[in-house]
Design a binder for this molecule. Sequence first.
Ligand SMILES: NC(=O)c1ccc[n+]([C@@H]2O[C@H](COP(=O)([O-])OP(=O)(O)OC[C@H]3O[C@@H](n4cnc5c(N)ncnc54)[C@H](O)[C@@H]3O)[C@@H](O)[C@H]2O)c1
Ligand SMILES: [Zn+2]
Ligand SMILES: [Zn+2]
Length: 361
Amino acid sequence: MTHQVRAVVARAKGAPVTVETITVPDPGPGEALVKVEACGVCHTDLHYREGGIGDEFPYLLGHEAAGTVEAVGEGVTDVAPGDFVILNWRAVCGQCRACKRGRPWYCFDTHNARQKMTLEDGTELSPALGIGAFAEKTLVAAGQCTKVAPDASAAAVGLLGCGVMAGIGAAINTGGVGRGDSVAVIGCGGVGDAAVAGSRLAGAARIIAVDIDDRKLATAQRLGATHTVNSRETDPVEAIRELTGGFGADVVIEAVGRPETYRQAFYARDLAGTVVLVGVPTPEMRLELPLLDVFGRGGSLKSSWYGDCLPSRDFPMLVDLYQQGRLDLDAFVTETIALDQVEHAFDRMHHGDVLRSVVIL
Ligand SMILES: NC(=O)c1ccc[n+]([C@@H]2O[C@H](COP(=O)([O-])OP(=O)(O)OC[C@H]3O[C@@H](n4cnc5c(N)ncnc54)[C@H](O)[C@@H]3O)[C@@H](O)[C@H]2O)c1
Ligand SMILES: [Zn+2]
Ligand SMILES: [Zn+2]
């Protein structure tokens, strides 16, 4: 059996997205069919539409989602129909060299559904990050479904499926932010603000939010920033140094994905500090730094894929903290929209009007 559902598709590089009817197969072995309830609009979806990630058009966009499992294929035991789940793009394989060394958050061979979803004419779709959840139903590998408390808001907890987890994990897992640390976050969109929230959860003493937009700085403050810097008006490296006794922050998180902001992060950290790159650059970007500074400043330069998260460990824990009022996921949901408003949401993202627009299905 197959399912005909409405979904948001990017047909060609740079072209506006369209709502199409797509065909979703019933789950085969190891797969799950999920009825999507909510899916956030992430900057990465826009990167896909602009051809910044690949050219395997048409893309089925959307990947920050929560919903209910409708059916599972043969051999699936971890989730069952009726389970409320957050979708993830790190379904660990258990077999690759990272998994075998006990480091599944680096899994190099994550699973997606084997069967393809298609346009009505049979053209195969490439689901964004192996998910494709701007759709009434989507087909994923069962390991991409993480069961969480069923009474949590789908719009809020779905964001843990990508950007918010990426930001929180960039601080806690990759950056190793700990009690008393100073942290600076450059770029306070959904991901950067989540890094702010994660730093607060980890007990950072000083959290400096940097953005070029005062509205973003205001939400960063709501999520735990102790200081804000508008880097359009003030040199952020100097400001961060000034706020940290002249030295720089212990951990600087770059959540924009550009060489100039990476350079700021590099020079705004203390000696032996850590830079975490969570923003995603595009293929033509280049970075030039004096190698002597890379050597002489010590510390570590890391990148963070998905906040080095392990969905089975991190999603239920963060949903718990959300439900206890210790992690304000609702603050990330600026607006809820319908499936046919994704293009409009890209515009609003581009103008910096939103942290997250969330499609409700
Ligand atoms: N590594 C991962 O696993 C992962 C996961 C999700 C998203 N991302 C990436 O993280 C980045 C941020 O995503 P988002 O959804 O928060 O995007 P966003 O558009 O909501 O936020 C970007 C923020 O950066 C600010 N900004 C832009 N230029 C700046 C500059 N020169 N200096 C300071 N601030 C600047 C903007 O004002 C905005 O607030 C994107 O590159 C996205 O692709 C990475
Ligand atoms: Zn693996
Ligand atoms: Zn994303």
